[in-house]
Design a protein around this ligand. Structure first.
Ligand code: SAM
Length: 357
């Protein structure tokens, strides 16, 4: 049994930063009027699944351990983000963030920052059953769990590991721990799990979790993505529409803001299913996200072909002001859109698992 150390471990560091009276708030604004407030932090590029659309069976060349930010470095950067740069939400992701040692302590350190950001986690759910309560106690509020199928054999085929029961136990534990909302991320692949769209919806409705289908994006290291094989948002609607009526409520459109998912209410219920049409209906114009990779690079977009290094200044004695200024400059150069639909589109060198989904 693991015993939690008293946390936050880094209170001295973070309260020293919070107490600085001379700090000026800056915004992470770009040239197109967007302001980044949602920080996605990748805690590791490693994963314990090998989902066919994300990673080859043999895994990838993992980042060398020395390149990966330490807990102290991560908290220092997040502190700069929330205290100086207007970051209000921090989503921990990966790779698989539950593989990060002491995740509960890291969450507690982030929760001790002021102003406290809303802390969310994106995970495949393996091992979550034993940790959901501790994560919630440490300050985790929201969770997204990836689940593409309810069939154990399809799971084993798609994720190349036979772990469906662990994921389902993780979903149940997340709910019991009071994480709210529990969202389920689903990628449908043609002729593999696309016939399960409605089964997944029925399951999500009965489990009271929020299902969101995500269009498959060209981010796999194998470069196997093919536009004409992708299951589009329209196709997902059609498939669900064979079983239930999906209603577009005007108030959902107004409330959507920067959320990637377009919501559809299942007629006769209050349940809303989300569809994230990253490829067929990009929502870059309302993007409020910025990403920090496990090795300390700022990325403005999943599809960015450039990054800004914060690890080197962090490790060579730069001040909080200098790091903040670099971060501001990085976001100022954000492109207007991801460009997937441009003829000149080139897939980024880093795959999704090494960026942080
Ligand atoms: N391991 C965690 C998980 O499984 O949620 C976090 C990282 S994973 C890269 C985050 C999300 O990205 C998952 O929901 C996964 O299904 C999704 N994903 C990975 N590759 C994708 C792709 N090429 N297109 C769309 N979604 C993808």
């Amino acid at each position: 049994m693991t015993t939690l150390l008293p946390f936050p471990r880094l209170r001295n560091l973070t309260s020293a930063l919070a107490g600085s009276p001379k700090r000026d708030q800056m915004a992470l604004a770009d040239a197109f009027g967007r302001v980044a407030t949602d920080l996605r932090v990748s805690l590791t590029d490693r994963c314990n699944l090998r989902c066919a659309y994300c990673m080859p069976p043999e895994g990838l060349d993992w980042l060398p351990g020395a390149d990966v930010l330490t807990d102290e470095e991560i908290v220092r950067l997040i502190a700069i983000g929330v205290e100086r740069l207007g970051i209000t939400t921090v989503r921990l992701t990966g790779g698989e963030p539950l593989l990060r040692k002491n995740l509960e302590l890291l969450v507690a350190d982030i929760a001790a920052l002021f102003p406290t950001p809303e802390i969310a986690l994106t995970t495949n759910g393996i091992g979550l059953a034993a940790r959901a309560e501790k994560l919630a106690a440490a300050g985790l509020k929201r969770i997204n769990i990836s689940l593409d199928t309810l069939d154990p054999d399809t799971f084993a085929q798609l994720a190349r590991r036979r772990r469906l029961p662990d994921v389902l136990a993780g979903v149940a534990a997340a709910r019991e721990a009071g994480l709210q909302p529990v969202k389920i991320n689903t990628v449908l692949l043609r002729d593999i799990n696309d016939h399960e769209a409605f089964d997944l919806l029925q399951w999500a409705m009965s489990e009271q979790v929020q299902l969101r289908f995500i269009e498959q994006m060209p981010l796999d290291p194998q470069h196997g993505w093919k536009r004409d094989e992708m299951i589009t948002a329209d196709e997902i609607r059609q498939r669900l529409g064979q079983h239930v009526e999906l209603v577009e409520d005007p108030e959902d459109a107004v409330a959507r803001g920067s959320a990637p998912a377009e919501l559809f209410r299942v007629a006769g219920t209050d349940y809303r299913v989300g569809i994230i049409a990253s490829v067929s209906k990009p929502f870059c114009g309302s993007c409020d996200r910025v990403r920090l990779t496990a090795d300390g690079q700022i990325r403005n977009c999943l599809f960015a072909r450039t990054e800004s290094d914060l690890r080197t200044p962090l490790r060579t004695g730069a001040s909080e002001d200098e790091i903040a200024a670099r971060w501001v400059a990085a976001v100022a150069g954000k492109q207007p859109g991801h460009g997937i639909n441009d003829p000149s589109f080139l897939q980024p060198d880093r795959p999704m698992s090494a960026i942080g989904g």
